[in-house]
Design a protein around this ligand. Structure first.
Ligand code: PEP
Ligand code: MN
Length: 337
């Protein structure tokens, strides 16, 4: 149930509506906008008449939310969510670039990566310390030692940190070192993990599952939002289709679709989206042109020797080239870089 309060509704009126919602077994989520307060109610929507709320003092309108996801729906926050983290805004006018290697491999590798990323003008350093590899024999990541190195390298270069959490048991540790947590494609439907992340009060990037529809993806976001963690950023990273030339098929259309259906920021990952560094720049350009709020890009000081995802990792000069192109594309679509 979605209840939009009148402009200038008093706090007492808002509280009375919330109390009534709770009485009727709704779980209440409040969104305070510049003009209107919106109350989202998750509960017995089908059996409660919206009129019950519509006639209450200070209520402008009330309607049922027909989409299966409620809090992720654009109607819950028509103006869009802006996630604030460490002095940057994700979902605002500025396109936010997160770049770095697939994995933390060593102190030297992550320090050099951080320098490259900072010099290029990106604001967030990405790298995994816990890696979801398709084969158990592949490099699995450095764990906590990697997180410590990642944090040091980022701090030394004025960057924020994003890193993946694969399991609920790792949340506390990753959250202690990273500014943004990443839930990988393989875990998009790990509902126990999503529920635990919902209890956290820290930004999270939720990648699209390898074979997930937009609706399934938004329902996964709903798990996190319904726990009270509203700082969710979606990430299109390609889906599996019948095409095998590229590692995945990057669904650029998901960007405007998400913008229509949801208020959550969305970023694009052209590295996993294509699997090849020669295709990363065109798809990165396309994602920003299509309205992405940012990019998550793999870049490595020496990609040919990377321990994971080297083929899709940009060389330092390619990252610079990409940033130069985005400085032209972002303003062309009304954004800044
Ligand atoms: C990654 O970002 O390195 C990663 C493992 O991504 P995904 O979950 O999209 O495969
Ligand atoms: Mn990777």
């Amino acid at each position: 149930m979605l209840i939009v309060m009148e402009e200038g509704a008093t706090e007492a009126q808002v509280q009375t509506v919330i109390d009534r919602m709770v009485e009727l077994q709704f779980n209440v989520h409040r969104s305070t906008g510049m003009v209107h307060t919106v109350l989202g109610g998750v509960g017995p929507e089908e059996t409660v008449d919206p009129l019950v709320f519509e006639v209450m003092e200070g209520v402008r309108e009330c309607r049922r939310i027909m989409s299966p996801y409620k809090l992720a729906s654009r109607s819950f926050k028509p103006s869009g969510t802006v996630v604030q983290v460490g002095g940057i805004s994700i979902g605002g006018n500025r396109v936010v670039i997160m770049a770095g290697p697939c994995s933390v491999e060593s102190r030297d590798q992550i320090q050099r990566s951080a320098e490259i990323v900072a010099r290029a003008g990106a604001s967030v350093l990405r790298a995994g310390a816990f890696k979801p590899r398709s084969s158990p024999y592949s490099f699995q990541g450095m764990g906590e030692a990697g997180l410590v190195l990642l944090r040091q390298a980022a701090d030394a270069n004025g960057l924020l940190v994003i890193s993946e959490v694969m399991d609920a048991s790792q949340i506390e540790m990753v959250a202690a070192h990273a500014d943004i947590l990443q839930i990988g494609a393989r875990n998009m439907q790990n509902y126990t993990l999503l529920r635990e992340i919902g209890k956290l009060r820290k930004p999270v990037v939720l990648k699209r599952g390898i074979a997930a529809t937009v609706e399934e993806w938004l329902l996964s976001a709903e798990y996190i939002l319904s726990g009270g963690n509203y700082e969710v950023i979606l990430c299109e990273r390609g889906i599996r289709t019948f095409e095998s030339y590229t590692r995945n098929t990057m669904d650029i259309s998901a960007i405007p679709v998400i913008k229509k259906l949801s208020h959550l920021p969305i970023i694009g990952d052209p590295s996993h989206g294509t699997g090849r560094r020669d295709f990363v720049l065109p798809m990165a350009r396309a994602a920003v042109a299509a309205g992405a709020d940012g990019l998550l890009v793999e870049a490595h000081p020496d990609p040919d020797r990377a321990l994971s995802d080297g083929a899709q990792s940009l060389r330092p000069e390619q990252l610079n080239e990409l940033m130069g192109q985005l400085r032209i594309i972002a303003p062309a679509v009304g954004r800044t870089l």
